[in-house]
Design a binder for this molecule. Structure first.
Ligand code: CR1
Length: 835
């Protein structure tokens, strides 16, 4: 990359170098930052140096807004939402901030004039992958919407040194590689070394009665770790609001334990330091299932405690009376990962700030609200009592006390009945004793919600049924949403331009305005433009696929895409069964006239999830055979794109014709990829699961490819005794597909490789693939036919986008604000820099 020093550039400060956006100012600022922050001159500067210089330039333009926002919140004492989440899957900042600031064009010009390429600089950013999948990405979309809607809010979480692993594919298998995202520096974060919170672990408690006769407990910890704050500004779209995402990093309190040092235990002291700092080393890579890992509980407690202490510190700056804490703050618990906060706030209020129990409980119960994100039983967090006792002895006492008082109330509800008591208890006593985090969250929260209408109904009917009976008024549904800023404007500039030409750009902040596109679905010229935009996006993805995998795909074929975590319940293997079905039809009749398709997969498997890893191997193995078989003659292509992440999603959603949302009904809480696809004009093939149900309601049944069993049908089949082999034996086509895999056709003759997967399908088929197979194949046939009618397909595609207004995360956040948080926007005026 070549570059130019702006020679003879007039040094007349017509605008502030840190806030101005004229071409000359931007150029000067970039070069200044290269010089003073990266300490480089242009001819030796690396691409990363330029990326950093540009990012600091953009960050300067954020800071003015961020500081004005902080000042305004402080002065006004605004009611504030704190979003507690163990995961924030942010994706790259630079492109998003350019869009939200509205200076993308200007910056591109400035960068060009400096002889640099904006795309290259944008690609230089290592995305902060501080999340696994949907839950973490939802948190990121919500931060964007809260800022855009000018809602006073904080995100609180963990600054993992290593985020979600990078995925490589070697010999068709997933290999995990450490995500060293901080290696070259992170220009978006501002360390706050003075904001540090002590977090205690282990040890014992003792009690005494103080001189006023109060019973007090002291927790003598085994050791203390400090949480140090790292802040990232989160700017809203074309507003002055820039909220804060505060992530905590663990630091050992003392560099070395001097006593150990003096007694010669130097290495032991170093080891203790490392152990403390391990807490924020790495994100746990599991999506849903969870084992009882001590480090994981430590992470949860560490960030919950740091965050609550920080909030109390902020509160006490203006108000000595903690009994009204809940009037200033509300905390949204993103799943049960931060649920220990309920006990921790009680501890802080009672032990440290000497509130009486009832007052503290009143505050606590009015502070927290809890979102549940999954019904999978293996994902419900529970921690062995022994682990709790060892790590958080004081919290265990508090939880016992909360539970005792709670169960006393339950007894009044169910006199003489022990079953509801056993189910509602925060302590699971059915075998080895556990603390049930969902129960703790429900007892300690004033509001409880699921993430799609069906999911919330299922929560009320199953997993949280007993709580629903007890506290029906606490329950509501809040259907997920995604931010159109990242998922349309940033990802799909072509479509953004086309839409804005027609209806203006108001839709970016008010997605319902997309409805104005509806009449254009009948406009021949508009359809042609729509089709061209999609085609351009497909060409770009095809180039990317070739660069990454060497596979050549045809942009005229139907791009059929499934990207999400690899999991049996999401049923990527059902998709594979369809591919093999088509393959066999071609083998039977090589002249068959079928709609050419490119099947694209992406997604990570949890490193310890054997079956999911085997599913990846199956996809790549089938691809290897199908892509090369001369009989197929390019009509089918199968691509597994490695390392699915936010950046990759931004390329993929705009290029999809068909979105695969094929989970077993009743198991996908919501899904959010389904929304991103549809917003970008893909049609969906899906089951009646999660938010698919609502997407179909919005876009119209005629614009959605529905198949499969419904949730009640799945439940009924399970209750009656599901026999997958009945379906296999009575369906020769299905049997042939399974037999072809078993024969070693896709595994160089190895008949064992896929046996674990196949025997799973024959024998239990926990996720009902066999039951849904024929319906899926038939539905795919309809998709293929529909794609042949290009005009009709384009009209359906336009209608999908036009009717996606509901799925903006702005709508979700407005729902939370109105029904749960009771917070209102605060308008930020710019205070004009640092003067
Ligand atoms: C769900 O599986 C949902 C996201 C966000 C996931 C997915 O359907 O869209 O949450 N749940 O609500 C999850 O990660 C730990 O649970």
């Amino acid at each position: 990359m070549t570059s130019l020093i702006p020679e003879g550039c007039p040094i007349v400060a017509v605008e502030d170098d840190r806030t101005g956006t004229s071409l000359e100012t931007l150029k000067r600022a970039i070069m200044d930052n290269l010089f003073y922050l990266q300490a480089r001159f242009p001819s030796v500067a690396s691409r990363n140096d330029f990326y950093m210089a540009l990012s600091y330039t953009v960050r300067d333009r954020l800071l003015q807004r961020w500081i004005s926002t902080a000042e305004t919140y402080l002065q006004q004492g605004s009611r504030t939402v704190c979003y507690f989440s163990a995961e924030f899957l942010l994706g790259p900042h630079l492109g998003n901030n350019l869009i939200n600031l509205g200076i993308r064009q200007e910056v591109e010009e400035a960068v060009n004039e400096l002889g640099l390429d904006i795309e290259e600089l944008l690609n230089q950013e290592e995305e902060p992958g501080l999340g696994n999948g949907g839950l973490g990405r939802l948190a990121a979309c919500y931060l964007d919407s809260m800022a855009t809607l000018e809602i006073p809010s904080f995100g609180y979480g963990i600054r993992y040194e290593f985020g979600i692993f990078d995925q490589e594919i070697r010999d068709g298998w997933q290999v995990e590689v450490t995500d060293r995202w901080l290696r070259y520096g992170n220009p978006w974060e501002i360390p706050r070394p003075e904001v540090r919170m002590p977090v205690k672990f282990g040890g014992h408690t003792r009690s005494y009665t103080d001189s006023d006769g109060h019973y007090r407990v002291i927790w003598d910890a085994h050791h203390v770790v400090e949480g140090v704050a790292y802040d990232t500004p989160i700017l809203g779209y074309r507003v002055n609001t820039a909220n804060t995402l505060r992530l905590w990093r663990a630091e050992a309190v003392e560099s070395f334990d001097f006593q150990a040092f003096n007694t010669g235990n130097y290495y032991g002291a170093v080891r203790d330091k490392i152990t403390s700092e391990n807490i924020t080393k790495v994100l746990y890579p599991n999506d849903e299932p969870l084992q009882g890992k001590e480090l994981r509980l430590s992470q949860q407690y560490f960030f919950s405690s740091s965050s609550l202490q920080d909030m109390i510190r902020i509160y006490l700056q203006h108000n000595p009376d903690l009994s009204k804490f809940h009037q200033k703050f509300t905390v949204q618990l993103n799943d049960t990962h931060p649920a220990i906060s309920v006990a921790e706030l009680m501890r802080l209020l009672v032990d440290d700030h000497h509130l009486d129990w009832n007052t503290a409980w009143n505050v606590t119960q009015h502070t927290f609200a809890y979102t549940n994100h999954t019904l999978l039983p293996e994902a419900l967090e529970k921690w062995p009592i022994a682990l709790f006792q060892y790590l958080l002895p004081r919290h265990l006492e508090i939880i016992f006390e909360i539970n005792q008082r709670f169960l006393d109330q339950v007894r009044l509800h169910y006199p003489g009945q022990s079953d509801p008591l056993a189910r509602l208890s925060i302590i699971d006593e059915s075998g080895e004793r556990y603390v049930r985090m969902a129960n703790l969250a429900c007892v300690g929260s004033y509001a409880i919600n699921g993430v799609a209408a069906l999911h919330t109904e299922l929560l009320k009917a199953t997993v949280l049924h007993d709580f629903y009976q007890l506290y029906p008024e606490r329950f509501s549904n809040k259907t997920n949403g995604v931010t159109p800023r990242r998922w349309v404007v940033l990802s799909n500039p072509g479509l953004t331009g086309l839409i804005s030409e027609q209806i203006g750009d108001g839709w970016i902040k008010d997605l319902d305005q997309l409805g104005q596109l509806e009449p254009l679905a009948n406009d021949h010229h508009f359809r042609a433009c729509w089709g061209k935009t999609k085609h351009d996006n497909k060409v770009a993805l095809a180039e990317h696929i070739q660069a990454k995998t060497g596979i050549i795909v045809d942009p005229n074929s139907l791009f059929d895409i499934q990207v999400k975590r690899i999991h049996e319940y999401k049923r990527q293997h059902l998709n594979v069964l369809h591919i093999i079905t088509l393959y066999q039809q071609i083998k039977d009749n090589p002249h068959l006239d079928i709609t050419p398709r490119t099947f694209i997969f992406g997604g990570k498997a949890a490193p310890g999830y054997f079956t999911a890893k085997l599913m990846i191997k199956l996809i790549t193995a089938v691809g290897d055979v199908v892509n090369r078989d001369p009989d197929v003659a390019g009509r089918l292509k199968v691509v597994f794109l490695p390392d699915y992440n936010v950046t990759f999603g931004q390329r993929v959603y705009p290029a999809a014709d068909l979105s695969e949302q094929i989970s077993t009904a009743g198991l996908e809480a919501s899904g959010t990829g389904n929304m991103k696809f549809s917003m970008n004009g893909a049609l969906t093939i899906g089951t009646l699961d999660g938010a698919n149900v609502e997407i179909r309601e919005e876009v119209g049944a005629e614009n959605f490819f529905l198949f499969g069993l419904t949730t009640p049908e799945v439940q009924a089949l399970g209750a009656k005794g599901y026999q997958p082999w009945d379906y296999i034996q009575s369906n020769p086509q299905l049997k042939r597909v399974l037999d072809l895999i078993a024969s070693g056709h896709f595994s160089h003759g190895d008949t064992n490789l896929f046996q674990p997967l196949l025997s799973g399908l024959w024998n239990q088929d926990k996720y009902y693939l066999m039951a849904d197979y024929q319906s899926y194949i038939d539905c795919q046939q309809q998709v293929s036919q529909a794609y042949q009618n290009r005009e009709q397909w384009l009209a359906m595609s336009i209608l999908n986008t036009a009717r996606m207004g509901k799925f903006s995360s702005d709508r979700s956040i407005q729902d939370y604000c109105r029904d749960i948080w009771h917070v209102s926007p605060v308008i930020i005026k710019l205070n004009g820099g640092y003067q």
